[in-house]
Design a protein around this ligand. Structure first.
Ligand code: NDP
Ligand code: HSE
Length: 462
């Protein structure tokens, strides 16, 4: 274990702040776990904006200790004045540290560190959506017992203050549904593939180099990261416990350029959406590629940008847009949490904003709706023999299942194939009805592949 002693400099300039008369208030001492993309960005923002931040918080904020795995690695930030160590638990245990920022990621070591910080009565800021989505119920219960705060604005949609907007700004509403592009890497890949015809793997590599992707990028492309974030959003929107295991998750790896093009011909864009809706039967919690009308603002959110559309009964639809990943956009959210925390350090714990927006004893037990019972419209694509009667067979199966068709396009066989591509848009139907119809269509001898099925959302304000 290595520890580099702190150099005698005043980290970030503002250690003591003069308030009311001559009293000097010491800066709040913060321990930073992780000095990678977000950790480095956080140090840079705290340093560059130290004056503004202390004017807002009422006290200086000083990172005095930080942990990383490799102390010789070049950093994006200047670590002068910070005691560095490879032992993150020593930072948590340091008696001078009042707030711990967890930016290591994952839910193993990170969970141990966060729980240890809480146990010692320290407040925690984290950007770790996996940790909150999977263990948030336990973490918040522990925090509640110890009267400490755990803030996680950066865990959802990078720099967009969506947690604060839903938890506080929309507190007067019954939230009906929300839908968002909440993974920057996935949106970056889809945009580059569509606009520049680039290959999936090549764009993913660039997203990793830019620091957008998760340590395991399958979390981004398979929708797991978006499902972590959606779990958190649904919880604060509807007042339900975090239930990541009940989320339906489908990634973007099977989207083809053909589907992107056909969707555009039909007036739609394919986006990787997280959708959560409160219905009478339960809460929908689903992440999947989705066709959305190209005129919707969400359809035009490109690159690493994220956006979340929230529909409240009083306010109607509201849209939140901004950078969903990257060092300083994410640091912006981490630092906002720090400022909030410093402002209320001494306030009565009973009067703080509850972690999950609703009072802990007022959470609802409304179930998460199984995907089979979710109702949406669909885009279907199938490869079929190009001969009379095939289309009639397909439409009969759909008709028998009570599924009505909104549009059909039949494309000539591609030069190297005898099969025609049939593309359909259907009206809304329960998923289990569609599953049965798809199985029957795939069983037709004239159909040559698994059907491509992409859900369609109109995102109307109802
Ligand atoms: P990085 O991989 O860039 O940084 C992780 C940091 O943790 C590194 O500094 C690493 O050290 C350190 N670390 C890892 N293991 C240990 C250990 N055992 N002991 C001490 N230090 C350790 O990740 P990010 O900054 O990208 O992500 C951090 C968190 O923020 C994750 O939870 C992520 O999901 C979340 N997040 C990331 C966003 C982004 O845009 N990147 C946006 C929003 C949230 P070393 O550098 O020496 O390897
Ligand atoms: N990997 C995540 C993304 C980081 O691309 O959205 C931000 O949470």
């Amino acid at each position: 274990m290595n520890t580099v002693p702190v150099r005698p400099s005043v980290a970030f300039g503002i250690c003591l702040k003069k308030i009311e008369g001559n009293a000097l208030v010491e800066a709040v001492k913060v321990g930073l776990l992780g000095l990678g993309t977000v950790g480095g960005g956080t140090v840079n923002v705290l340093k560059r904006n130290a004056e503004e931040i202390s004017r807002r918080a009422g006290r200086g904020i000083q990172v005095t200790h930080a942990a990383a795995r490799d102390l010789n690695k070049p950093r994006i930030c200047d670590t002068d004045g910070i005691t560095l160590t490879t032992d993150p638990m020593s930072v948590v245990n340091d008696p001078d540290i009042q707030i711990v920022i967890e930016l290591i990621g994952g839910d193993g070591l990170a969970k141990d560190l966060v729980m240890a910080a809480i146990e010692q009565g320290k407040h925690v800021v984290t950007a770790n959506k996996a940790l909150i989505a999977k263990h948030g119920n336990e973490i918040f219960a522990a925090a509640q017992k110890k009267n400490v705060m755990v803030a996680f604005e950066a865990a959802v949609a990078g720099g967009i203050p969506i947690i604060k907007a839903i938890r506080e700004g929309l507190a007067g509403n019954k939230i009906q549904w929300l839908a968002g592009i909440i993974n920057g890497t996935g949106n970056f890949i889809l945009t580059e593939m569509r606009d520049k015809g680039r290959d999936f793997d090549d764009v993913l590599k660039e997203a990793q180099e830019l620091g957008y992707a998760e340590a395991d990028p399958t979390f981004d492309v398979e929708g797991i990261d978006a499902a972590h974030k959606l779990t958190i959003l649904a919880s604060i929107a509807f007042g339900i416990p975090l239930q990541f295991d009940a989320a339906y998750t489908e990634g973007i790896t099977k989207i083809t350029r053909e589907d992107v093009n056909y969707a555009e011909e039909l007036g739609y864009r394919i986006k990787h959406l997280g959708v959560s809706r409160c219905t009478e039967k339960g809460v929908e919690l689903r992440v999947h590629p989705t066709l959305i009308p190209e005129r919707r603002l969400l359809a035009n959110v490109d690159g690493v940008m994220n956006a979340v559309l929230v529909n409240g009964d009083a306010v109607g639809p509201t849209l939140y847009y901004g950078a969903g990943a990257g060092d300083e956009p994410t640091a912006s959210a981490v630092v906002a949490d720090l400022v909030d925390m410093v402002r209320v350090l001494t306030s009565d714990p009973e009067n703080r904003v509850p972690h999950l927006a609703f009072q802990p004893d007022a959470l609802s037990d409304i179930p998460i709706l199984p995907m089979a019972e979710v109702t949406t419209a669909y885009y279907l694509r199938m490869q079929a023999d190009d001969r009379p009667g095939v289309l009639a067979d397909v439409t009969r199966i759909l008709g028998d299942a009570g599924i009505s068709i909104e549009a059909i396009i039949q494309k000539e066989p591609l030069p190297d194939s005898d099969n025609a591509n049939i593309i359909m848009l259907t009206h809304r139907v329960e998923e289990q009805q569609m599953d049965k119809a798809i199985a029957s269509i795939e069983a037709l001898p004239a159909i040559h592949n698994k059907l491509t099925r992409i859900r369609v959302e109109s995102l109307d304000a109802d």
